[in-house]
Design a protein around this ligand. Sequence first.
Ligand SMILES: NC(=O)c1ccc[n+]([C@@H]2O[C@H](COP(=O)([O-])OP(=O)(O)OC[C@H]3O[C@@H](n4cnc5c(N)ncnc54)[C@H](OP(=O)(O)O)[C@@H]3O)[C@@H](O)[C@H]2O)c1
Length: 232
Amino acid sequence: MPVAIITGASKGLGEALARGLAERGWDLVLDARDPVPLAEAAGLVSAHGTRVTVLPGDVTDAAHRAELVAAAWRLGGVDLVVHNASALGAEPLVPLEELPLDGLRRALEVNLVAALGLVQEALPLLRSAAAGAVLVVSSDAAAEAYPTWGGYGASKAALDQLAAVLAVEEPGLRVWSVDPGDMATDLYAAAVPDDDDPRPEPATVVPAFLRLLDERPASGRYGAPALLEERR
Ligand SMILES: NC(=O)c1ccc[n+]([C@@H]2O[C@H](COP(=O)([O-])OP(=O)(O)OC[C@H]3O[C@@H](n4cnc5c(N)ncnc54)[C@H](OP(=O)(O)O)[C@@H]3O)[C@@H](O)[C@H]2O)c1
């Protein structure tokens, strides 16, 4: 069975994607910092009969990233790395004038530096996989200038570029950066607590991610809404 590492898999998009992959028989290595919701999520995912290893930890911790890859190796290798865990930099979001620089550093560490650290750790196994892939979760804030989304958006823009260069350097892999679109999650609520407009549940965008894995289009940046629209 193919093996995926998914960061930030205790809730939201990460958990929904883990369930989507488990339904298709993927073995999984999942992380998040809080072990309680992570264990609950693992219970749901394991119901699909695949092997699931959960490792509570922070993606900014190099030893934890090494444990994630070692756990995947014990399951048979690394076919897919999904860097989904994310930090906003300020909760709620604030204009750049007020953005704490430590918050910006944290967003860069979680969203960008940890992504590269995990990929570096997993690269030997990804290269030896039959169809190795890296999937980083981006945002439209990486490409659009929304007030208050500057620090987070800058980290995601840098993540997009990192993925684009990795794709050129590693032509044997697929490297996709995916903007999932707005979703009703704790991250969105923390970013904009006063915005109570209805938003899609994360499970509704999972088919877009599965489509990438099914069709393996060229490395690049993709929007989940467009992937879903084209499939209808
Ligand atoms: N929601 C949206 O509207 C939206 C829009 C565009 C892009 N995105 C992107 O979609 C991805 C998923 O976000 P979401 O909305 O599903 O968020 P979410 O529901 O808040 O889930 C975030 C997950 O990441 C984990 N996490 C956070 N920091 C971590 C760290 N340092 N180390 C390990 N795990 C960590 C969280 O668990 P712990 O807190 O226990 O660690 C949780 O499992 C993110 O990359 C986000 O930027 C979201």
